[in-house]
Design a protein around this ligand. Structure first.
Ligand code: ADP
Length: 235
């Protein structure tokens, strides 16, 4: 087993009187795709913010394989700039030729080569998410954090995008952490599924990435059982 890219050891996070996290322990290995699932308020987004170093834990230690790990977060709200073309959104309107060429490559990698001069509001929901992914890839991240990125999409587009993102991350050998409340999505996309409940990770299942519908359904059912099981109150 290689060394983890990121390791959470006995992580706690408190906001005033609220214990958002307590005793969170897990490792994320290079090239791995992990999904965090659980009910709303369980602590998933707090874990993501800590991993992105947007906040610091109250207790415990987060260890990174190297300082300055390049991390990008992709949210459901795609944060695209409507007055810029898709290419400008990806190149950050740079006039640097190398940056523009890199942006063109990033657009091509997400299948939007022919939409370079289109504005975001002319794109479908799935295309907007692919554009957001292209923009995130410009930083050449080692760690990609996905915070419910597909929540606003219709069911069919969502299925296509699950496959697309999963294949894309595997091809790019990206280490990825996905937050979702959709157990099917987690089972279908991830190598490992961690259930986060009442502020801690309570269960781990092998994901069914690349496997058939039956395997996905089996993992999803296993994970759902854990999520719905009664929890002992946190003191
Ligand atoms: P999830 O992503 O699973 O829905 P969160 O990580 O957003 O859960 O929230 C976990 C808990 O921490 C909740 O009780 C939430 O209200 C609380 N919490 C999260 N962020 C803050 C904050 N900035 N201030 C106060 N409480 C917060």
């Amino acid at each position: 087993m290689p060394s983890p890219l990121v390791e959470f050891s006995r992580i706690g996070k408190v906001y005033g009187p609220t214990v958002a996290l307590h005793d969170v322990n897990f490792s994320l290995y290079p090239g791995e795709f992990i999904a965090l699932v659980g009910m709303s308020g369980g602590g998933k987004s707090t874990i993501l913010r800590l991993m992105a170093q947007l906040e610091q834990p109250t207790s415990g230690a987060i260890t990174y394989a190297q300082p300055g790990l390049v991390t990008r977060v992709m949210f459901q709200n795609d944060r695209l700039l409507p007055w810029m073309t898709t290419l400008q959104n990806v190149s950050f309107n740079s006039h640097d030729k190398a940056q523009q060429a890199k942006a063109e490559q990033a657009l091509a990698a997400v299948g939007l080569r022919d939409f370079a001069n289109t504005f975001p509001n002319q794109l479908s929901g799935g295309q907007k998410q692919r554009l957001a992914l292209a923009r995130a890839m410009m930083a050449e991240p080692q760690l990609l954090l996905l915070d419910e990125p597909l929540g606003a999409l219709d069911a069919l587009t969502r299925r296509n995008m699950q496959q697309f993102i999963s294949d894309f991350c595997a091809k790019a050998h990206l280490t990825t952490l996905l937050i979702t409340h959709d157990v099917d999505e987690a089972a279908r996309m991830a190598d490992r599924v961690l259930v986060v409940k009442s502020g801690t990770n309570v269960y781990e299942a092998a994901g069914a990435k690349g496997q058939n519908a039956e395997a996905v359904a089996r993992v999803a059912a296993e994970v759902l059982d854990v999520i719905l099981a009664p929890t002992t109150a946190v003191s």
